[in-house]
Design a protein around this ligand. Structure first.
Ligand SMILES: Cc1cc2nc3c(=O)[nH]c(=O)nc-3n(C[C@H](O)[C@H](O)[C@H](O)COP(=O)(O)OP(=O)(O)OC[C@H]3O[C@@H](n4cnc5c(N)ncnc54)[C@H](O)[C@@H]3O)c2cc1C
Length: 415
């Protein structure tokens, strides 16, 4: 109601920025998205969207996106050296039955394409090749300054400018990120480069001391997405576009089981991403300026929830802005609503990484416990994720400050 005809600038055309533009545009705001890249032809990589993210896509009218997604039946944890599987987290029909929504995996470019294609119907405009140099908050408006152009006023500005957000560093400070001592190689392996026996049918995590490898099929099994994580002292930069020699991940996984070795050695190209711990920011919003997605709560990738949290942010932000006549109050409420949940996801993601990399004797003990749990009560393993996958932010009572427990407005998992 209160968004009608508000002018809103969104800085950044990633998953978070585009979802915010859609959520705001559908409620009547006049939205312009500014993206510095000349095209959204995204570096190749997969993106897992849990049932909590699918809930947002559905509410944005993008339920059909599922035709481009893979639906893994399970996540299988395997010992990277022996190849033996020790735990199985059922997804597929189990997740769908429990949460009422599927678990999807996309090629990132496909999901960006789906979001972009939906923009025109909402009136939102995407301006590519337009870098925003600075943002100047004023009393009742915010000026943005595109590169090589003069300032442009907007009623509200949302900075979804990613993990290295300039708006965050200039206006919100926060302490410096700390290199975690882990790097991630990302890449796509065309299935025709692999012996068919090595193509994973389910999401597979090969674990081992100081390393792990995640593999899952995309686009009907024609490609396999790989994320290979290595613990190392040597620093690497944070970002999508740092190419590395594909022989580097192959060297890191020498001596692992034949499936893991076959996957990493088949990578035609790879990008290296340094993983950083970002302390929780003291503030995300200031008057009519707000951060969204990785800009305010970057997280380690071990729960595969960064983009999904950005989708949730987008929905909550639009719903609260629409509800209140005062944008400043609505943005403060957005921060209050989202902070506890995203902080928990940040913490849990870091914890998952530590578990994958356990050494002897902790590794066999942990693996034995998970094997037992997965054999005796597979549903219980999934239930551990109810706090994450079972939340549907599109059903939250918008004036409530509820953030993560089962209560009115949250989808109750069916046990
Ligand atoms: C190895 C790895 C695996 C991952 N796997 C998953 C997964 O399976 N599932 C999941 O949910 N998440 C995953 N993530 C996290 C996910 O990729 C991020 O959380 C997500 O991309 C954040 O989206 P965003 O829109 O906030 O930021 P981004 O996707 O980084 O988008 C920011 C955009 O802003 C633009 N921009 C920046 N500055 C400016 C400026 N000054 N002017 C204009 N434009 C600007 C950038 O060009 C970019 O397009 C993974 C991350 C990593 C590193």
């Amino acid at each position: 109601m209160h968004l009608r005809d508000k002018s809103i600038a969104v800085i950044g055309g990633g998953i978070g920025g585009l979802a915010a533009a859609l959520a705001l545009g559908r409620r009547g705001a006049r939205v312009t998205v500014f993206e510095q890249a000349p095209t959204l032809a995204e570096v190749g990589a997969g993106l897992q969207i849990g049932p909590n993210g699918v809930a947002v896509l559905d509410a944005l009218g993008l339920g059909d996106a599922g035709v481009l997604a893979s639906r893994p039946s399970a996540v299988v944890l395997r010992n990277g050296r022996t190849g033996r599987s020790f735990a199985r987290l059922p997804l597929g029909t189990a997740a769908e039955a429990r949460y009422g929504r599927p678990y999807w995996q996309f090629h990132r470019a496909d999901l960006l394409g789906i979001l972009t294609a939906a923009l025109p119907a909402t009136g939102a405009v995407l301006r590519l090749d337009t870098r925003i140099d600075s943002v100047e908050p004023e009393a009742e408006r915010v000026l943005i300054v595109p590169e090589n152009a003069g300032p442009v006023p907007f009623d509200i500005v949302i900075a979804a400018d990613g993990v290295r957000s300039r708006v965050r560093s200039v206006h919100f400070g926060g302490s410096r990120p700390r290199f975690t001592g882990h790097v991630a190689w990302r890449g796509l392996v065309p299935a025709d480069r692999l012996d068919p026996v090595f193509i994973p049918r389910e999401t597979t995590v090969f674990t081992g001391p100081g390393r792990h490898l995640v593999a899952y099929p995309l686009r009907g099994g024609s490609i396999v997405n790989l994320v290979a994580i290595e613990k190392r002292a040597e620093w690497a930069a944070e970002g999508w576009t740092h190419p590395d020699d594909p022989a580097a991940p192959a060297r890191a996984f020498v001596g692992w089981c034949p499936e893991a070795e076959a996957l990493v050695t088949a990578l035609p190209e790879t990008f290296l991403w340094g993983l950083f711990d970002h302390p929780v920011l003291p503030r995300w919003t200031m008057g009519r300026l707000a951060l969204l997605g990785d800009a305010c709560h970057p997280m380690l990738p071990f729960l595969a929830q960064g983009a999904t949290m950005a989708l949730e942010d987008a929905w909550v932000l639009a719903a609260l802005l629409d509800e209140s006549p005062e944008p400043e109050r609505a943005l403060a409420a957005y921060e209050d609503r989202r902070r506890p949940r995203t902080s928990r996801v940040q913490r849990e993601a870091a914890r998952s990484g530590r578990i994958y990399h356990l050494r002897w004797p902790a590794a066999p003990i942990a693996q034995g416990g998970m094997a037992m749990a997965s054999r005796l009560a597979p549903g219980r393993l999934l239930a551990r994720f109810d706090w994450l996958y079972g939340v549907d932010v599109t059903r939250q009572a918008s004036s409530s400050t509820q953030t993560g427990t089962w209560s009115e407005g949250f989808s109750q998992p069916r046990t």
